[in-house]
Write a protein that binds this ligand. Structure first.
Ligand code: XMP
Length: 450
């Protein structure tokens, strides 16, 4: 954290050949040394204050706090003028300062909820250390009007826009804002790619039309997607194929619209409120192919989801809709490990997922969980059901708490809850004879399995 130079750039470390960010970047760039791969510190760690520092408020030398870490790089030499202010219980540098130049660095994530004192640390940084640099004029309430102005400013009065709508909160909030900006010049498209959850298409269309009053065309592209995914087991390949098919579908939709209106839609909008996802289509007759990169990188959505929920409230989107757990763009394809078209994997996963989520809702714990879902594993195990030996599928249950999807911890269900859910699954989903629970945090795992 550097109050007088805020940078998002990154550098290649000579030592590790890996990307350096923030703390490590400060250390390397200013003449210190970072060594890779010596100390693995992933997930919950304890640090101890080694020197009183403005970042930690009134905390004294020897005070400890729990933080969330995710690195295996270590600062082994600090630049001149820097001092260690905190160390991890493994002895590596967890915080540094150069008080004279007002440079600060932390080798952990103060911004995530799993670092309970992290927000306070950031507040000390912003309001004590950077005090004179901040004006504090920004208000969430002003954002929708500002965004609507920006959108109107970008478009000509006759311009039409295609919106690639997903069932995600971020997508819906952004679509509502664009709809408020341009009314019926917005054409939302919802694609059923065959990778949706149980009865999701019906539920989502009902919500879009009845509750949110968004004009939506639903395209059933199940065969198109599953045909292309047949036999594909590599997770990245699956994502690429899915992204490509989405583009082909939006392209075809844009052409149809052009024929009807006599003018090519000016923009394809997708996903989050980030400006970089608003991508211009080449004008009609430009001779260039009509292509858009739908981001396969997904964490942008996770990072902004809490902000987006707050915006959604201002835009009057119903609370129940805003609180829905996030769902990844590639859908169940990243939750069926291996070939998604193999046997009835997707059907099994839909049924298991529905039982799991419904049980979570019935137990009144849905809102305490960031995301809960089932994963179909590409293995079979032996079981005994009704005097019969079975050789059936194994599914995993995953539920995590998180603030932003960047880090996560596993949700600790009561044993009785788990017992009931597992019984329900094995008794009602044909083809499943074993259920396991994933209790790994992020890091070292990710939330999704692929
Ligand atoms: P991971 O698995 O990286 O996921 O820990 C973090 C959050 O992002 C969601 N996710 C995605 N969202 N498109 C999306 O819109 C994607 O390709 C994608 N992949 C993961 C994931 O569900 C979690 O909330």
């Amino acid at each position: 954290m550097v109050p007088n130079t805020i940078t998002s750039s990154h550098a290649e470390s000579e030592a590790s050949q890996s990307s350096l960010y923030a703390f490590e970047l400060i250390v390397e760039r200013l003449g210190g040394k970072v060594r890779a791969g010596q100390k693995q510190e992933y997930g919950m760690m304890e640090i101890e204050v080694e020197k009183a520092c403005g970042l930690f408020g009134n905390k004294e030398v020897g005070d400890r706090q729990v933080v969330w870490m995710s690195h295996d790089d270590e600062a082994v030499k600090l630049p001149d003028g820097f001092e260690v202010v905190a160390r991890s219980h493994q002895g590596s540098v967890a915080g540094v300062e150069n008080r004279a130049r007002r440079f600060y660095g932390l080798q952990y994530h103060p911004e995530v909820t799993h670092s309970p004192d992290g927000m306070e640390t950031l507040q000390h940084f912003l309001f004590d250390i950077c005090e004179s640099l901040l004006t504090g004029r920004w208000k969430m309430e002003d954002v929708p009007d500002e965004e609507i102005k920006v959108i109107r400013g970008m478009l000509g009065p006759e311009d039409h826009v295609i919106y690639a709508l997903s069932e995600g909160v971020d997508s819906t909030v952004a679509a509502t804002a664009v709809h408020q900006a341009i009314g019926d010049r917005l054409h939302c498209v919802f694609v059923d790619n065959g990778l949706l959850r149980y009865k999701e298409r019906e539920r989502v269309m009902e919500t879009f039309e009845r509750e949110l009053h968004l004009p939506v065309t639903c395209i059933d592209a199940t065969q198109q997607f599953l045909g292309k995914l047949k036999g594909v087991v590599d997770p990245e390949m699956k994502r690429k194929i899915i992204g490509k098919e989405f583009i082909a579908i939006f392209d075809a939709f844009a052409q149809d619209l052009e024929q009807t209106m006599g003018k090519r839609p000016a923009y394809l909008v997708q996903g989050t409120l980030y400006l970089d996802v608003i991508e211009s289509c080449p004008p009609s007759g430009s001779g260039r192919t009509h292509s858009h990169t739908i981001k396969s990188h997904h964490n942008v959505g996770g990072k902004v989801v809490s902000i987006v929920r707050a915006l959604g409230k201002i835009l009057d989107i119903p609370g129940a809709f805003l609180k829905r757990h996030p769902f990844p763009g590639p859908g169940l394809a990243v939750r069926v490990l291996g070939d998604v078209t193999e046997g009835n994997a997707l059907d099994i996963l839909r049924q298991v997922g529905e039982i799991f989520i419904q049980s979570i809702k019935d137990a009144g714990i849905y809102d305490s969980i960031w995301q809960a879902f089932a994963v179909f594993l590409p293995i079979r195990s032996v079981g005994v059901q009704g005097d019969q030996r079975t050789h059936s599928h194994v599914v995993a249950l995953r539920a995590v708490t998180s603030q932003d999807g960047m880090t996560a911890d596993w949700y600790n269900f009561e044993h009785k809850f788990l017992d009931d859910v597992v019984r329900k699954i094995c008794n009602s989903v044909r083809g499943v004879n074993r259920v396991v629970q994933d209790i790994t945090s992020k890091p070292p795992s990710t939330i999704e399995w692929e």
